[in-house]
Design a protein around this ligand. Sequence first.
Ligand SMILES: *Cc1c(COP(=O)(O)O)cnc(C)c1O
Length: 474
Amino acid sequence: MNDVLARLRAMQSADVPVTGGRTLAYVYDSGLEEADRVGREAVAAYAGSNGLDPTAFPSLMTMENELVGLTARLLDGPDSTVGTVTSGGTESVLLAVQGARDSRPDVERPRMVLPVTAHAAFHKAAHYFGVEAVTVDVDEQFRARPAAMAQAIDDRTVLVVASAPSYAHGVVDPVAEIAEAAARRGVRCHVDACIGGWVLPYAARLGRPVLPWTFAVEGVTSISVDLHKYAYAPKGTSILLHRTPALRRPQFFASARWPGYTMLNPTMQSTKSGGPLAGAWAVVNTIGDAGYLALTEKVLDGVDRLVAGISGIGALRVVVPPESTLVALATDGTCDVFTITDAMTRAGWYVQPQLSFESREPTIHLSLSAATADHVEEFLAALAKAVDAAVASGPIAIDPGVVEFVQSLDAALLSDEDFDGLLAAVGMAGGDGVGLPESMAEINSLLDLAAPALREALLAAFLDRLLRPARNTP
Ligand SMILES: *Cc1c(COP(=O)(O)O)cnc(C)c1O
């Protein structure tokens, strides 16, 4: 048994660290050992419990109702507010879209209006539920344009979306104007606060300027907020709130059309581990309101120091002034963001490359955690070094013939053999099949040239080849 755990630990050493503050995407680290320990123990204690049936596991229902009540208070929910704990931001978004669609059975080909900066989870929802995504461009500051969004609403619109804030640039949309436009047309308005929902209320209490975005805004009908991001809970929990039980009702699925138990699910999963819910409940109660206020003060102070430090790195700039814990960085063209992100990985910092989109340049995404705030100066020193090296090696030059070739490819016409060849050509496949590439810079700069459909197809082909059963396990 110890041997198995030792093997687990050995495998895990290849992963990016989940504590220590050096991973600036995917993981969110409070830096509080006690909160982490309590969270892990709660997950373990409830790993075998099944959230399928609240009458069999009433403790899970108690925890869910407590978490939803606390979140509703945090987000200015009226007494009518209800909610559900889901497995993550994507599930919360999927359910918000599904509920909006099913609240309008009269609409034959439903649509939703999104700022182009809305999270990809909405495109996934569009794909899964047959709701057309109508995207509206944002302004130069990457903020949704409410007048353009209002104009995009039509008789088929079942949902209007705003972000608080957007993932890629950390910008809070003008929720008040967007929600008003939606309400005027009798359409639901979802605020995606998956990443910022646990930060912005505390930021406002600390006296930072925050645009109104919660249920205090009339017209906001639902909000998603992830506990596994800035509530610093273990992975696997998000909350979807609705202003009234009637708004939530279409989300519930019941089926008595078989001889077994009557299926009754508020979420996409049916059998679901009680672990994540118990872990979130334990962490939220350990850190507590005062704890979150202090963590927010700490991380936002870290963001301020980071932004000040970036101004001292000539080739880099902050794309928009951060409104929460998220920072997007761009270069002045003397080097590539993709070279910088690789150099940071080698230096032990994980930062996330974001490809160019439409007319917008590629950027580096940073999600700062409270634990990162202790290491901002160290981070800036590593970043300055990475940028110096990237400037010295210059922007990644891609042969004009290759550029033309990539831009001429039509993803829909490519065969499996074509993908094998392409993956090998861009270094995403070795002689003995596909492994994880050592360096990402060239791959990212080639993907950056490709249209979205080709990026999607190439990465799906890559994943298809990565996810193959292991045959020779010890
Ligand atoms: C992270 C995120 C999501 C998706 O959440 P997952 O937990 O990764 O499924 C949706 N919207 C925003 C704004 C996010 O930051």
